[in-house]
Ligand binder design. Structure first.
Ligand code: AMP
Length: 406
């Protein structure tokens, strides 16, 4: 099915072809015609499915020529805002629309200058957007389309009160598009009343990306995780490795250890400045840095092409995060590998992950590594069935608990 049959206008179709998209992804096929028809949409799809284009393309086509801000995308992180903005900028050239990103950690003036010059679409994180509204730099009374991106993550990160305040500034008569990797009843409780007969679109839950990733568990004593990581990376031909670590402090510690070992590594987490994060991402993209050490919140949604390996230094407490993490590899049908270290304290997390993805993960050893005493999970014959709590409702609560522990 070509992009033209979705109802997109010629300049956008051309732009899409120039970007190398040959055919629409499932979320694009399902969402674009609905958005073009002016309907409210609830889209359940995670990063990597092509959801950004699914809302940006039809939004640009739909908004009017009136002056002022007509479309607003609210998203949880600066990295996501940058990625959305990049696409909006490219496609906006085709439709003649101007965009701006608004997020914290950088100075107000360049953002205010762009706003003064006139923009049609704003991509923003909640806090800075509210600041800008407060400063009188953003007026949303003419808004036509609101997109809430990664709604579940905004809920996890405690942004909902801000999102609700933002919605209070918007006209009632508008189109609302809500995208979320998981759809908990809490999200619908918050937002449901402001939607107008929404169409729900659910794109195949994690199964597809997970299936494409070669996954293995490396049982190891907690005290030896760092040595195992060093051994694994030293002399390896792994090209672009995303290493997930539970805490910012541990990211920094591992970074120093890898640096001392002469390995081309870099850290990324929310305590680093925006420019540091951007520089690191760009070094990772160009291959100057091969090993990126990251925490979940920052890594989620980062769009990096062809990550060859994901290493889970720690298993995530929230099984959905495992799926998001390994979804960073095996993009666009390419193969990818995910290696997860497992110490005795993490066996419960492993079982929850296996229940969520519906398969057992094989345990492997790194040949030649001098393992000390460790816990090796017994081989189970059958995966336990996923529970409702696990799939739909646990994310926010567990994320809050995790944050408190940090
Ligand atoms: P997203 O889910 O929006 O983060 O998109 C993930 C990646 O898929 C991005 O790198 C996009 O450039 C890419 N992408 C989006 N739509 C398509 C498509 N129709 N064909 C090929 N790649 C796409």
């Amino acid at each position: 099915m070509p992009f033209t049959s979705l109802g997109l206008a010629e300049p956008l179709v051309k732009e899409v072809a120039d970007m190398g998209y040959r055919e629409p992804t499932p979320i694009q096929k399902a969402a674009i015609p609905e958005v073009l028809a002016g309907r409210d949409v609830i889209g359940c799809a995670q990063t990597g499915t092509g959801k950004t284009a699914a809302f940006i393309l039809p939004t640009l086509q739909r908004i009017s020529d009136k002056p002022g801000i007509k479309a607003l995308v609210v998203t949880p992180t600066r990295e996501l805002a940058d990625q959305i903005h990049e696409l909006a900028l490219t496609c906006g050239k085709a439709t003649g629309h101007r965009t701006v990103t608004l997020y914290g950690g950088v100075s107000y003036s360049p953002q205010e200058e762009k706003l003064r010059a006139g923009v049609d679409l704003v991509v923003a994180t909640p806090g800075r957007l509210l600041d800008m509204i407060g400063r009188g730099a953003v007026r949303l009374s003419g808004l036509e389309v609101l997109v809430l991106d990664e709604a579940d993550r905004m809920l996890d990160m405690g942004f909902w009160p801000d999102v609700k305040r933002i919605i209070d500034f918007l006209p009632h008569k508008r189109q609302t598009l809500l995208f979320s990797a998981t759809m908990s009843p809490k999200i619908l409780e918050f937002i449901g009343a402001t939607l107008n007969k929404p169409v729900s679109i659910e794109i195949g839950r994690p199964a597809t990306p997970v299936k494409l990733v070669d996954q293995a568990i490396y049982p190891v004593n907690a005290m030896q995780k760092t040595d195992l990581l060093l051994e694994l990376l030293k002399g390896s031909d792994m090209q672009r490795v995303l290493i997930f670590v539970q805490t910012k402090r541990m990211v920094d510690r591992l970074f120093n250890i890898l640096k001392r070992a002469g390995l081309p590594a870099a850290p990324i987490h929310s305590d680093l400045s925006q420019s540091q994060r951007q520089r690191t991402l760009s070094d990772f993209k160009t291959g100057q840095c091969r090993f990126l050490l990251a925490t979940d919140i920052v890594a989620r949604g980062i769009d990096i092409e062809s990550v060859s390996h994901v290493i889970n230094f720690d298993l995530p407490a929230n099984p959905e995060d495992y799926v998001h993490r390994i979804g960073r590899t095996a993009r666009a049908g390419e193969g990818g590998s995910a290696i997860s270290f497992l110490d005795a304290a993490e066996i419960g997390n492993l079982r929850e992950i296996e229940a969520l993805i519906g398969r057992l993960l094989p345990c492997k050893d790194l040949p030649g590594f001098n393992y000390r005493e460790r816990f090796i999970p017994s081989v189970k014959k059958k995966v336990s069935r996923p529970t409702k709590r696990l799939v739909f409702n646990g994310g926010a609560r567990r994320a809050t608990q995790r944050r408190r522990r940090r």
